[in-house]
Design a protein around this ligand. Sequence first.
Ligand code: F6R
Length: 619
Amino acid sequence: MLKINFYPMCGIVAYVGHREAYPVILKGLKRLEYRGYDSAGIALNGDGIQVYKKQGKVARLEESLSDTSLTSTIGIGHTRWATHGEPSDRNAHPHLSSSGRLAMIHNGIIENYASLKQELENKGYQFKSDTDTEVLLNFIEDILACNECSLEEAVRVALKRVVGAYVIVLLDEEDPSTLIAARKGSPLVIGIGEKEHFLASDASPIIEYTKEVVYVNDYELAIIKDNELILKNLGNEIITPYVQKLDLELAAIEKGGYDHFMLKEIHEQPKTIFDCLRGRLDMVNHEIIMSGVQQYMEELKNANRIIIIACGTSWHAGLVAEYIIEELCRIPVEVEYASEFRYRNPIINKGDVIFAISQSGETADTLVAIERAKEQGAIIFGILNVVGSSIARISHAGAYTHAGPEIGVASTKAFTAQLVVLAMMALKIAKEKNTITQDRFVHLMEELNAVPDKVAKILSAADEVKAVALKHAAASSFLFLGRGYNFPVALEGALKLKEISYIHAEGYPAAEMKHGPIALVDENLPVLFVATKDAYHEKVISNMQEINARKGKLIAVVTEGDKSVASLTGDLIYVPEADEVIAPILNVIPLQLLSYYIGVGRGLDVDRPRNLAKSVTVE
Ligand code: F6R
């Protein structure tokens, strides 16, 4: 059985060098806040260890320290997504050991923390927090005290007893120029500068200082002492660090003049979609070039069934793909919530192919679900954004979406890139299977090729969507309706609104309205239809008239030049005409803008909605 480690997000940053550590760590934590923002804390080493921590976002910690002089050149910082213990000052990292000699940050879960805690309590240890981190820290301190060994040795001995996942970084009051870090399961990158070192959960806090990085592997220990990085394994053998050049520009992880990452990422979509198509749509020879798909073409062409596994927004991309693949490739498709699939002993037959869709490539439920399918012999295709992510590593093949780092917690550009990749995959398989005519194949390639310009056109009218959003920003509930290809778009619109604005929203197939949800309709309820021209258009127009007749507040995303909507009363948002197979990529854009402007209109932190984290790496 494949062993998969997954870990709660949390962001860690550490610095040692010639600069003041506090501003470096603080800025780094802000970049990592997408990983969790229940609390934040920093520990500095100088004249003893000072720990500063606060429940809430990094800005609260910063505010609380505005009058404090913090000049140390070595420190560690943490932004937390709570697992063991509620979000509070007490449970925030860094934690101090019982004696106060050591401070530690931790990203991960120590699964056997309860038994270690018991052992320590039997020896008289008392705990100030509810965290597994404090248990591990005191376990290290206990080994240090009993064995009279170095901290490095104590960490090594302790980690051999630990079950679970971790990145830890420690400060030692008795050795104020040294950082000790270790990793298993959770990510750790070390940036190597001129007489300085940066440690972080990903490269974003490091990129503006150095492009030379070392990705620490599982079961490795990093000791940074006297400006030197020493890597060792848990058996105390020295490992030569593999220094890589970062392929990431600072601009990709900054807001670039936008108020929020979410807005920046919405506006990036003409480019991200273009990047996703680039090199894949050969408009001269009318071919789609996707090497991962080509490599498994026989299995794909002959698949009895495609099972799509994903969560959240990625699951909605899977639903759109179900419509596309069934129509174009004539292969039955099932779309599964990863969290359901993994627990229900699913039936996988010979000839079943799995598509795993995930922006982060780290979602725990998706990871475990595909592991189950892989154990039963299924071929796994990853449709992923993050290169080298855990799902990428266990997939047989796949296609990257090339949307670039997505930092806003609500997924936008990753979703449209997923739709583009899935459409290209479907077209390629359909062509090989001969289930599509050459004319339709070429037409749909042209339609895909035109998407970046059409998205740019929709975005140029963002102010019109903003006006609609502000009109409805005070609503307490929303209904999103769509049919066929537009049904998953309605679901995605509802999810975006819930996440960003905390307004209750439901997505429904438009024709199901009369089987229940229509009872909700009154003069206070905004009902948004995704009603662009497609095979069901006339029927959807009738549904909209039913809303008008019941005085619901109609909002509709409709096709430019569509005369059949002229008789409707409500707010119409126009998008360029597109083939119904491709239309979801366009139609979701106004819904992203709508939820963004409603969230901002309600004064909410749209980049960091409450209770959410960018990747859900816990069950
Ligand atoms: C919604 C959102 C989430 C993710 C879900 C899966 O805006 O971002 O619903 O889509 O957590 O995440 P990935 O795609 O990283 O597996």
